[in-house]
Design a protein around this ligand. Structure first.
Ligand code: CU
Length: 141
C-alpha cells in the first residue's frame, strides 16, 4: 500500500515536469524573436556610403575613406561598359556583370585600414588610367 501511495506523486511529478518543459519551450519561442530584432540598432558598427563615378579613363571618388562596412554606389557615366573592382587587405570584390553606360550598381566591402586599389576590371581600362589608390584610415572612436 505504501508503495502505491508513493507511486502516484511520482507520476504527477513527471507530468508537472513535462508541462514545465513545454511552458519553457513556449516561452523561449516567444522570447527569441523579440531578442533578435533590436529596432534601434544602436550598437551596429558605423556604415559608410561612398559614391563612385566611372567615366572613360577615370575612377572618380574620394582617395581616402574611413574604415568600416562600406556600400559603394557606382555609376557608369562613360560611353562604354565599365565596372569597379576593389583590391587590397585581403579583399577582392567586383561588380558583376559590368555596368553598361548610364547603369549603376552597388558593391559592399568591409574596409580595414590600409591601401586599396579601386580600378575598372574591363580589359585594358586599368592600364588606360581607370585606377585609383585609396587609403582607408581608422575611424576615430
Ligand atoms: Cu572601364
Amino acid at each position: 500500500m505504501r508503495q502505491n501511495i508513493s507511486h502516484l506523486p511520482k507520476k504527477r511529478f513527471k507530468c508537472g515536469l513535462a508541462a514545465l518543459a513545454v511552458l519553457a519551450l513556449l516561452s523561449l519561442a516567444a522570447c527569441a524573436p523579440a531578442q533578435s530584432t533590436p529596432a534601434g540598432a544602436t550598437t551596429a558598427p558605423q556604415e559608410n556610403t561612398v559614391d563612385v563615378t566611372l567615366v572613360d579613363g577615370t575612377v572618380q571618388m574620394p582617395a581616402s575613406l574611413p574604415a568600416g562596412p562600406t556600400t559603394l554606389n557606382v555609376t557608369n557615366n562613360g560611353t562604354t561598359e565599365h565596372s569597379l573592382e576593389v583590391e587590397g587587405q585581403g579583399i577582392e570584390a567586383a561588380i558583376e556583370p559590368h555596368l553598361q553606360p548610364g547603369a549603376s550598381g552597388t558593391l559592399e566591402v568591409d574596409l580595414q585600414p590600409g591601401t586599396y586599389e579601386f580600378y575598372c576590371p574591363v580589359p585594358g581600362h586599368r592600364e588606360d588610367g581607370m585606377t585609383l589608390d585609396v587609403t582607408v584610415t581608422e575611424t576615430g572612436g
